[in-house]
Design a protein around this ligand. Sequence first.
Ligand SMILES: NC(=O)c1ccc[n+]([C@@H]2O[C@H](COP(=O)([O-])OP(=O)(O)OC[C@H]3O[C@@H](n4cnc5c(N)ncnc54)[C@H](OP(=O)(O)O)[C@@H]3O)[C@@H](O)[C@H]2O)c1
Length: 264
Amino acid sequence: MNEHYSYFYGLMNISIIGTGNLAFHFSEIFMSNIDINLIEIFGRKKTLPKEFNNSINYCNCLTKLKEADFYIICVSDDYIKKISKKITTKRNNIVLHCSGSTKMDVLSDHLSHGVFYPIQTFSKEKKISFKEIPIAIESNSDRNLKKIRKLGSLLSEKVLIASSNQRLAIHVSAVFANNFTNYMRVIADEILKSNSIDTNILNPLTVETTEKLKFLNSKNAQTGPAIRNDIKTIKKHLHLLKGSNHFKIYETISKEITKLNNEL
Ligand SMILES: NC(=O)c1ccc[n+]([C@@H]2O[C@H](COP(=O)([O-])OP(=O)(O)OC[C@H]3O[C@@H](n4cnc5c(N)ncnc54)[C@H](OP(=O)(O)O)[C@@H]3O)[C@@H](O)[C@H]2O)c1
């Protein structure tokens, strides 16, 4: 497919490289978008995993990929560079990766390259709407940036330009906001289970913790014994956690939250 043909008719031809969580969600949204033609998915398995729509063309040989306007690499960060080197491209074929912490220039073997990083957590098991997901983009040229922005705007209302360093900062902050928060819930569930209490009782609290941030900034939303400086309560909690791995985490984070008091 040549570039003039596909852009003239407004159709973007896309190949997805990878069959993991993000690849799955991209395949779903691309299949449902009339301006996008998902030409194929590459994976290293023999066949396309069964969660994917079985009408999608599947290829397990990188050197046999069909020509596409965009090759979107959705593999583990450590393999982006190695895999991208095996893709053959012409000047107008744009190779993108989707990683928060990988510099754009790992793709510099390709004349047209960039980054397409959706700031969201994706698991195959959970449906998601792309409309409100911010997508951080970067490119090696203004011309390509325009095309990448167009692709982003077909999926989301929030496309932003971010340099590789800015994207790294976004990713670190996302680790705090999402991965660490979720790990806190892992600890909370363990504590409840070891006391024979249903872990679902925390669900409304977990939902409200996030909902509240639509109305208050994160510092003002902080509640709990540490921000109130309720020393006796903190001591009771530490006593309960004595001897467990969670003691240190509780103590360290409580100290940091107490410091917030001075800033409010
Ligand atoms: N999931 C998210 O929440 C999220 C959000 C934003 C950005 N991202 C970015 O999206 C990219 C993909 O993440 P993901 O969460 O979708 O990962 P994932 O679910 O763990 O899937 C990783 C994919 O990489 C493939 N892969 C790993 N090593 C490979 C190798 N040596 N050769 C060929 N394929 C290989 C895996 O193949 P097999 O299935 O055969 O093992 C799998 O298809 C990453 O760059 C990540 O930073 C992810």
